[in-house]
Design a protein around this ligand. Structure first.
Ligand code: NAP
Ligand code: ZN
Length: 364
């Protein structure tokens, strides 16, 4: 539905444009070609032709309505890299031809204490997420990056280096910032023993970043076949979490553990590895609640926490940090036609370590 302009509306009437995309029409349906509307650029908008879009496990949770909040049709994708093809008249930060990126949010209230502190992801009015949010301009759900193009306010558009490997940079927009932000918040650095749980999209970025921050990094995996990769990616040690003896050797020894697992698993096994005052932070978002034993918290005064992506300024800081340190994602590029197969592989933990869609495939 198109919102009509009224005298008290701050919005200019939008004249939407049809754009090719892939969507799911229900929790049971496969992703398939679809046409969506994108608004004409408002004065502070940037129009981006999407070159690459990473495939996050959140896309899969949402498509299959595992979090019970999906509005259909849904067009996922929040790891977006592309080229600016048009700008609104007041846009100063971008010009036609620039590279640009979009992550998990496209708007927020801009006035609450979270927004004013650069924590738009915790906006008190709820940030507008890149997909499955509420489109303030056109009405209905926001549509994400499995699409030809996107129109985003410049305030939610990120800069990427002209020398960047564009496909391998795309996953930084979610997997990168979601691991960077908690590692920074809990001040991970030299002299600390840090665990990363799950070697998927988020986990492999967590390993690279924790290593770059100078910590001693231990990767926990259910997949023994990923051990060699974990060491190559930067882990100092690898623990196969199904092996109780290996786990036991690390009891009471971690300063911080970041849990990036997408499915049900035993967090108590990790809480018991924290030392006094250690913290286990969840970034993984399995659909069902995770039981926690009180004794694992009260003995050792341990903390069990969570973290959600990162603010816009911190996302730019992360992109700049990664550019400076040569950090990108390890990816497998796919055409959009293979997206349903990629989801099945994600469900099996069979990802090395992020699928990225080459958006040129949308036109083939
Ligand atoms: P992913 O690439 O599919 O990786 C998840 C990894 O978890 C797998 O590779 C596997 O690693 C491990 N795993 C899977 N099933 C498991 C099970 N049953 N038991 C134990 N380990 C299992 O997913 P992702 O894209 O990194 O996302 C991970 C989670 O983070 C998802 O729930 C996603 O929605 C969430 N997320 C949260 C935020 C946030 O802001 N908090 C942002 C983005 C994503 P191993 O093979 O090494 O065991
Ligand atoms: Zn994501």
């Amino acid at each position: 539905m198109i919102m009509s302009a009224s005298t008290d509306s701050p919005l200019t009437p939008a004249a939407p444009r049809a754009v090719r995309a892939w969507s799911a029409q229900s929790a049971a349906s496969q992703l398939a070609p679809f046409s969506i509307q994108r608004r004409d650029p408002l004065p502070t908008d940037v129009v981006i032709d999407i070159l690459y879009c990473g495939v996050c496990h959140s896309d899969l949770h949402t498509v299959r309505n595992e979090w019970r909040n999906t509005v259909y049709p849904v067009v996922p994708g929040h790891e977006i890299v592309g080229r600016v093809v048009k700008t609104g008249r007041d846009v100063k930060r971008f010009k036609e031809g620039d590279l640009a990126a979009v992550g998990c949010m496209v708007d927020s209230c801009g006035a609450c204490s979270s927004c004013l502190s650069g924590l738009e992801q915790f906006c008190e009015q709820v940030a507008t997420f890149t997909y499955n949010g509420t489109d303030k301009h056109l009405g209905g759900p926001t549509f994400g990056g499995y699409a030809e193009s996107i129109v985003v306010d410049q305030a939610f558009t990120l800069r990427i280096s002209a020398n960047a490997d564009l496909a391998a940079t795309a996953p930084l927009l979610c997997a990168g910032i979601t691991t960077y932000s908690p590692l920074r918040h809990w001040k991970v650095g030299p002299g600390q023993k840090v665990g990363i749980v799950g070697l998927g999209g988020l986990g492999h970025m967590g390993v690279k970043l924790a290593r770059a921050f100078g910590a001693h990094v231990v990767l926990f995996t259910t997949s023994p076949g990923k051990a060699a990769d974990a060491l190559r990616l930067g882990a100092h040690e690898v623990v196969v979490s199904k092996n109780a003896d290996e786990m036991g050797k690390h009891a009471n020894s971690f300063d911080f553990i970041l849990d990036a697992v997408s499915a049900a698993h035993d967090v108590n096994a990790y809480l018991s590895l924290l030392k006094l005052d250690g913290t286990l932070t969840l970034v993984g978002a399995p659909e069902a609640p995770l039981p926690v034993s009180a004794f694992n918290l009260i003995f050792g005064r341990r903390q069990f926490a969570g973290s959600l992506i990162g603010g816009i300024a911190e996302t730019q800081e992360m992109l700049d940090f990664c550019a400076e340190h040569g950090i990108v994602s390890d990816i497998e590029i796919i055409g959009i036609q293979r997206i349903n197969e990629a989801y099945e592989r994600l469900l099996k933990g069979d990802v090395r370590y992020r699928f990225v869609i080459d958006m040129a495939s949308l036109k083939s």
